[in-house]
Design a protein around this ligand. Structure first.
Ligand SMILES: Nc1nc2c(ncn2[C@@H]2O[C@H](COP(=O)(O)OP(=O)(O)O)[C@@H](O)[C@H]2O)c(=O)[nH]1
Ligand SMILES: [Mg+2]
Length: 293
């Protein structure tokens, strides 16, 4: 049996989370056109007759000196440390930037086996051939896998190669698992995803979700999970925007989140969702340590 931890690394919006979800066949990691939405090292598990692969989704690797982004970068390093091999995903709709050379330098230093994926094959204007030449020259890797995470193309060849390079070993998780995340974490992430969809500019980045209370209730009907959450913003002026006129926006976020919970959790749920402010939370170390992990 093969068994490996595979870190998925790449610049923001390369499609890492979309790929993780598609490979694991379940929505494990939230995705968005807004860059920098993944804030955690998220594990998605793929079980096949050949063995088990545990994919580690990571935040996009990019240059910045901000405290918040440095935490995200630390997560990429720690995922690299934990992993047996790396799936380096390149966004083939974008010109190569400094981020790509930073990542290549990082991977060269790590000396772990690297598998290269060129994503967004389906997109108009993709530059896979041009990128392939640059990447071949700079990574020394001959093989690269042309993928569409969105249309789930190119997966079979990619997985065959990963299993080929993966070490022998027993599975790390039970074979019916597709993630090791707690329900609490998944609830918070789903709410964040629905909130990101409905906000713009700096707001998606200023949000985090705190699950303050989860309780089972059985008042005559079926056993129901009651959840109380706070959608937290970093400034007073953002509070009204997230609540919306006549509380319409927060209601829409709540209803859409409940719809997603229904697909994932096998029991009925209720959600009490409120908005609060935690001033400048992205500058507070104690909070970042709790939120970004
Ligand atoms: N056209 C196209 N879009 C993709 C593909 N993979 C991801 N995307 C889109 O790219 C955006 C960023 O994806 P996401 O998975 O959140 O990127 P991440 O930041 O690397 O995790 C989303 O809007 C995705 O729908 C793909 O194969 N083709
Ligand atoms: Mg992501």
């Amino acid at each position: 049996m093969k068994s490996a931890f595979v870190a998925i690394i790449g610049r923001p919006s390369a499609g890492k989370s979309t790929l993780l979800n598609a490979l694991c066949g379940e929505k494990v990691s939230i995705t968005s056109p807004v860059p920098q939405t993944t804030r955690n090292k998220i594990r998605g598990i793929l079980n096949r007759p050949e063995g088990q692969l545990v994919f580690l989704d990571t935040p996009g690797y990019h240059r910045s000196d901000k405290k918040f982004n440095n935490y995200l970068k630390d997560l990429v390093h720690s995922a690299l440390n934990e992993s047996d091999m790396v799936l380096y995903l390149v966004d083939s709709t974008r010109p190569l930037g400094r981020e790509e050379s930073d990542i290549i330098a990082l991977l060269t230093k790590e000396k772990k086996p690297v598998i290269l994926g060129l994503n967004k094959l389906d997109a108009p204007g993709q530059k896979q051939d041009e990128l392939a030449a640059y990447l071949r020259l700079n990574t020394g890797l001959e093989k690269m896998f042309r993928l569409s995470a969105l249309e789930e193309k190119g997966f079979e060849e990619l997985l065959q190669e990963i299993f080929e390079q993966a070490p022998e070993g027993p599975p790390m998780y039970p074979e019916d698992y597709y993630t090791d995340q707690t329900p609490e974490f998944r609830i918070a992430e789903i709410i964040r995803e629905e909130a990101i969809k409905r906000t713009e500019q700096e707001i998606p980045h200023a949000l985090y979700v705190e699950v303050s209370d989860m309780e089972w209730k059985e008042e005559g009907g079926p056993k129901t999970l009651w959840v109380r959450c706070f959608l937290t913003v970093e400034r007073d002026s953002q509070k009204g925007i997230v609540i919306g006129k006549g509380a319409e926006k927060i209601r829409a976020i709540r209803i859409a989140s409940l719809k997603q919970f229904k697909k994932i959790f096998p029991y009925p749920m209720r959600l009490d969702l409120r908005v609060k402010v935690n001033k400048d939370w992205r500058k507070k170390d104690y909070l970042l340590k709790g939120i970004l992990h």
